[in-house]
Design a protein around this ligand. Structure first.
Ligand SMILES: Nc1nc2c(ncn2[C@@H]2O[C@H](COP(=O)(O)OP(=O)(O)OP(=O)(O)O)[C@@H](O)[C@H]2O)c(=O)[nH]1
Length: 368
């Protein structure tokens, strides 16, 4: 039993974590499935109990509800009926509402059955969210109060005292209000957590200044590209681009202007490269460019045009005009070579471009 419970909790926790990545509707459907399984087991045993005390109609109703709840669980678990996942929560609610109406009508065991309607508000909000939950609870309220207060108890198969009926409805409404407030708070927290998660994920992969990918961000793309290359056997090229004499810009105009130059260069670079290329700020005033499915000769031509593009687009700010040049090192990589090795070689080519007087593009050759 303990093992079963632990497994269930772990499964539930895993799905709650997963849910942060998904739509809230999925979370609600998941809850419905979870509730469906538990509810189905409980109503099945309650049905058996009703059978043993010869309350046959109650037993039949409970068996039907148990079947509906189990259906809701299986729909959610099934990968074949994925498009019906959303439906599972409506099926579970249909089972619960039908049971509530039946219990009000019949009174259940010793007229205590209607007390079960107290679970309806919280379950409904959990499955449908605030807006739909309010509507569904409203519908149930109208149906149940009509049944309870219909003249001469014509819609009831049993009789309740007036005090019991009014208190039942008051309790129901109080639970609706409390569950509604709880649902609103839960929804707010969920949305906050989701947006924080997205924000931190973004921060972890993008550079705050230039808004380009950072080292971590491009590493992910490089890994993906590496897998792809293994399948297709294509070559790619990696280039390292470094702003020339950036320290001079900082020293002459200050760090603030230096930052603006970095942003400007990033924008120009992003405009010059192809849509399939990935650009990242590798650190300081150095950028890394991945040119997928591009051999060295093609990359040389492309990067020469990128270098020219930056050279021809000076940074202008007020009466300041700064001409920027880039030194570029590149290296072609084949599927069997690790990207980190290729980056090392393109760095060597960059060093050579700097030594050659800057503002130039160099491809890697082993004799460097
Ligand atoms: N404003 C600003 N400066 C930065 C940033 N990151 C690094 N730097 C500066 O960039 C400069 C890089 O200097 P160096 O490594 O000597 O390179 P360089 O002056 O470009 O010289 P070469 O690369 O040899 O052409 C240093 O002064 C760093 O402080 C940043 O985010 N903002």
């Amino acid at each position: 039993m303990q093992f079963f419970l632990r497994k269930l909790i772990r499964y539930y926790r895993h799905n709650v974590d997963e849910n942060l990545n998904r739509e809230e509707g999925y979370q609600q459907s998941f809850l419905a499935g979870f509730f469906g399984l538990m509810g189905s087991i409980i109503s099945f045993f309650t049905a058996l109990n009703s059978l043993s005390i010869q309350l046959y109609s109650l037993a039949i109703c409970l068996f039907l509800v148990s079947a509906l709840l189990l259906l809701s669980f299986f729909i959610l678990k099934s990968s074949t009926y994925k498009r019906f996942h959303n439906l599972s929560r409506y099926i579970a609610l249909l089972g619960l509402f039908s049971l509530g109406i039946y219990l009000i009508n019949s009174g259940g065991i010793n007229n205590s059955g209607p007390l079960w309607i107290c679970i309806i508000p919280s379950v409904t909000f959990a499955f449908l969210g605030l807006k739909l939950g309010l509507i569904a609870n409203g519908v149930f309220f109208v149906i149940s109060s009509t049944m309870l207060f219909f003249p001469s108890d014509a819609l009831l198969a049993t009789t309740y005292s007036y005090e019991f009926k009014t208190r039942l409805i008051y309790v129901f409404l109080t639970i609706v209000a409390l569950s509604g407030v709880y649902e609103a708070a839960r929804h707010y927290s969920f949305m906050r957590l989701k947006s924080m998660k997205e924000k931190y994920e973004h921060q972890a992969q993008f550079d705050y200044l230039t808004l380009l990918l950072n080292r971590r961000g491009i590493q992910k793309i490089l890994n993906k590209e590496h897998q792809q290359r293994k399948l297709t056997n294509n070559v790619s090229t990696i280039a390292t681009l470094d702003i020339d004499k950036f320290k001079v810009i900082n020293d002459e105009f200050g760090h603030e202007v230096g930052d603006m130059v970095l942003k400007h260069t990033s924008r120009v670079l992003s405009d010059c490269i192809r849509s399939q290329d990935s650009l990242a700020r590798w650190g300081g005033e150095e950028f890394l460019l991945l040119l997928p499915e591009t051999a060295e000769q093609e990359a040389l031509i492309l990067l020469e045009s990128v270098r020219e593009c930056v050279e021809k687009t000076p940074f202008e700010h007020g009466n300041i005009s700064i001409f920027i040049t880039l030194s570029v090192g590149l290296c072609e990589t084949s599927p069997d070579v690790d990207f980190n090795e290729t980056i090392k070689f393109s760095d060597i080519s960059l060093y050579r471009a700097k030594l050659a007087g800057r503002n130039t593009v160099f491809a890697y050759t082993p004799e460097l």
